[in-house]
Design a protein around this ligand. Structure first.
Ligand SMILES: *Cc1c(COP(=O)(O)O)cnc(C)c1O
Length: 289
């Protein structure tokens, strides 16, 4: 399976120009930063592997992407989650629904499972696809951006993307000469810095964390998140993810990155399938607003 060199699109949002790296268009079934993070596994044969095991939330984008990977590789996919409501079980939507369709076997993590218990036929992936092998695909992303910037003669390029585990932002910064900016969506800034150090000891190679100066909890619904998401969609015709990108765009617009005559490239990291369940949640949320 081959990925496109995903296009870089010029957009105008709130009278400002941005470039958007359309990694949401990488491939019809396998897109965004999760596809980049798992590219390594697609690229090589693993004759001794027949199972992939991971864990995390029951609506995770990484879970869905691993179900696609397992299907493409002919591997079994076992996914542990803490909790599954009987409502979701009976009415599967979003990432959960499509991962099941790809053959995911879901297990409730009621007993502690340990990596060392798994045999050699298993690939174990940490929550959110956090793994060293992710650098392989993210380096390809970095090279696509470098080629573009050289061809278009852009030298004041600044890159922005919102972070979960920070794996994408970190490996991007490690492999690109332009500054990479990010914001923490999952934990606080200290959590994100810790994630960076887990992958790279040298802090001069870390992305810079921009702050919105306001606390948001991951996965929680906020009126201002939905509003910015809807505005971008209306103004640019691009659908972004509802979990990470609203905080990403609010942080970027609130920063002074734009004031310095920089060219800003925002990385669209996919996640659109997850919007199915998020939109349902926001519909209920807005009714009660
Ligand atoms: C997973 C994901 C992220 C976070 O990626 P990390 O590498 O964990 O920082 C951001 N945006 C979208 C749409 C995602 O699916």
């Amino acid at each position: 399976m081959l990925f496109l060199n995903s296009p870089i699109q010029e957009i105008v949002f709130q009278n400002q120009n941005f470039l958007v790296k359309r990694d949401d268009l990488l491939h019809s079934d396998f897109s965004g930063n999760k596809a980049r993070k798992f590219h390594f596994f697609l690229n090589y044969e693993f004759p001794n592997i027949d199972t992939i095991i991971s864990y995390g939330s029951n609506q995770s984008n990484a879970m869905y992407s691993m179900s696609v990977l397992a299907k493409l590789k002919g591997w079994k996919f076992i996914y542990y989650t803490n909790h599954l409501s009987s409502f979701l079980e009976q009415n599967p939507v979003g990432n959960y629904r499509y991962a099941l369709q790809n053959g995911m076997e879901i297990k409730i993590k009621d007993e502690i499972f340990q990596k060392k218990d798994f045999s050699e036929n298993v690939v174990f992936v940490e929550e959110g696809g956090r793994q060293k092998k992710a650098e392989f695909g993210i380096k390809i992303l970095a090279n696509e951006i470098i080629d573009y910037a050289q061809k278009e003669k852009i030298d004041n390029l600044k890159i922005f993307l919102p972070s979960g585990t920070g794996t994408t932002a970190l490996f991007l910064q490690k492999n690109i000469p332009y500054p990479v900016y990010t914001c923490n969506c999952v934990g606080d800034e200290e959590y994100l810095k810790k994630q960076f150090f887990g992958l790279e000891k040298d802090s001069t190679k870390h992305p810079q964390i921009l702050s919105l100066g306001k606390k948001h909890h991951f996965g929680k619904l906020y009126g201002e998140f939905y509003d910015i998401w809807e505005k971008i969609k209306t103004e640019t015709q691009i659908e972004f993810d509802l979990l990470y990108d609203p905080k990403g765009w609010l942080t970027l617009l609130n920063s002074n990155l734009k004031d310095e005559n920089n060219t800003i490239l925002y990385i669209h990291q996919g996640g659109i399938i997850g919007n199915e369940s998020m939109i349902l949640r926001y519909e209920r949320f807005k009714k009660n607003r």
